[in-house]
Design a protein around this ligand. Structure first.
Ligand SMILES: Cc1cc2nc3c(=O)[nH]c(=O)nc-3n(C[C@H](O)[C@H](O)[C@H](O)COP(=O)(O)OP(=O)(O)OC[C@H]3O[C@@H](n4cnc5c(N)ncnc54)[C@H](O)[C@@H]3O)c2cc1C
Length: 391
């Protein structure tokens, strides 16, 4: 394997570092201290747009090639994801853009759906968001158990149900809602629907309280007799017949696992960096037990980064990476928690005061083991793959 960094990626990493130090870290600390998500009208989001962020990768058919952003390798994407999360993982999730469901719309949406949902993100006139809603009060890890129901209504659809912990739901222009045509029929009955903000019946938004990653909102909401037109079904009637709804959701998650892992590596590296800074400032580096913790963190960070980059390296070569993607997610999330814990021990009572970056990292890190498939679920996927059982 070869992970040499090309000039363009190196430049992007330098830019991310500068942005992280100047903007991302301070905004993240501010949100954490206030205990609430960065508000929609925050000037940080306007500056994101001015820098060219918050845009879609989609290009209108026939638009000049030069308009499209330069393609980026998965390895380069992962390195950037690590660097940005080093500064604040909550803030990068809060940033505007079509987010998690973009890949599903790109892969499965009709041309008309791409125009409707991604068009406003080509040159956004204001910060815009979109989100993906799978989790329900009674269906988390077992995504096949969702109860939000979609029923035919003439040429359209009616949705009823409830979702929870959905990133950015109340501020999203549209929500890709995963629903079932028949709750007793399992995965094959699932379909994804594009639900626009303001659609009657979509409401009850409640931003959840969280122990960490406070910079972005995680929100519950309800769907009560939400009437949608026929073209709200992702992929249109063709997809209805091909039963590809659950696959669409899983594609969303598969694309995300190594990126979550890279974020977790960045957070672990932040705990390591802060520990060294603290130990140096307090003249603790001569103590064995301090260096012992620093060594443990550095070793874990390197191990997790290597597994993560291997998942990306395989993806860049279009080679199967299910095992590596899940391994990287399971391992890196654990390493982030262990590193934050070791760092908290290292700074001692200072961490207990509740306003140190390491204490924040300790609270932020836990979510990395939960989002987009918990550690246990990743380990189940790995084990099934290793013995040749279907996922
Ligand atoms: C910060 C945050 C952001 C989120 N953002 C989103 C979002 O944007 N969109 C979205 O749809 N969802 C989102 N979620 C929800 C997240 O995907 C779920 O929390 C996750 O799938 C776990 O589901 P659960 O919390 O219901 O736990 P459960 O599934 O109830 O699991 C509870 C515990 O049991 C374990 N467990 C479950 N099944 C098994 C098994 N078969 N074998 C062994 N152990 C098992 C789990 O690992 C876990 O430790 C978010 C969650 C958080 C915390």
């Amino acid at each position: 394997m070869e992970f040499a960094i090309d000039e363009a990626t190196r430049r992007r990493l330098d830019e991310a570092r500068e942005l992280g130090e100047k903007e991302i870290r301070p905004v993240g600390l501010e949100a954490d201290r206030k205990g609430e998500p960065i508000p929609v009208g925050h000037a940080f989001f306007d500056r994101c747009l001015e820098r060219g962020e918050g845009r879609t990768r989609w290009r209108r058919p026939g638009s000049p090639r030069a308009e499209a952003p330069a393609p980026r390798t998965t390895v380069a994407t992962l390195l950037l994801a690590e660097e940005l999360a080093y500064w604040d993982r909550g803030v990068i999730i809060a940033m505007p853009g079509p987010g998690l469901p973009e890949q599903s719309v790109l892969g499965m949406g009709t041309e008309e759906q791409k125009e409707r949902s991604l068009g406003p993100f080509v040159e956004p006139d204001r910060p815009r968001w979109a989100c993906f809603a799978m989790t329900e009060p009674g269906a988390g890890s077992d995504a096949a158990a969702i109860r939000t129901q979609a029923r035919r209504d003439g040429s359209g659809w009616v949705l009823n149900g409830a979702k929870c912990f959905i990133g950015g739901a109340s501020r999203s222009d549209w929500i890709l809602v995963q629903a079932t045509l028949d709750p007793s029929a399992g995965r094959s009955a699932q379909r994804a629907f594009l639900v626009e903000q303001g659609t009657p019946g979509l409401g009850g938004f409640k931003v959840e309280r969280k122990m960490g990653l406070k910079a972005y909102e995680s929100t519950s909401f309800t769907l009560e007799d939400v009437r949608l037109s026929g073209d709200s079904l992702l992929g249109g009637e063709q997809r209805y017949e091909r039963k590809a709804g659950f696959k669409a959701a899983m594609q969303t998650f598969n694309a995300g696992r190594p990126v979550i892992a890279a974020n977790a590596v960045g957070m672990a590296r932040a705990a390591l960096g802060e520990s060294i800074r603290f130990a140096r400032a307090h003249e603790l580096l001569a103590r064995d037990r301090i260096r012992d913790r620093i060594e443990a963190m550095a070793r874990k960070v390197r191990k997790a980064r290597l597994v993560c980059l291997r998942a990306g390296w395989l993806a860049d070569r279009q080679r199967p990476n299910i095992v590596e993607a899940s391994m990287s997610k399971a391992l890196a999330a654990q390493v982030a928690q262990e590193s934050a814990s070791l760092a908290l021990e290292l700074i001692g009572v200072v961490g207990g005061a509740g306003d140190h970056l390491i204490e924040k990292l300790y609270r932020d890190a836990k979510a990395m083991d939960i989002v987009e498939g918990t550690g246990q679920v990743q380990r189940m996927i790995i084990a099934r793959q290793l013995v040749g059982l279907p996922r």
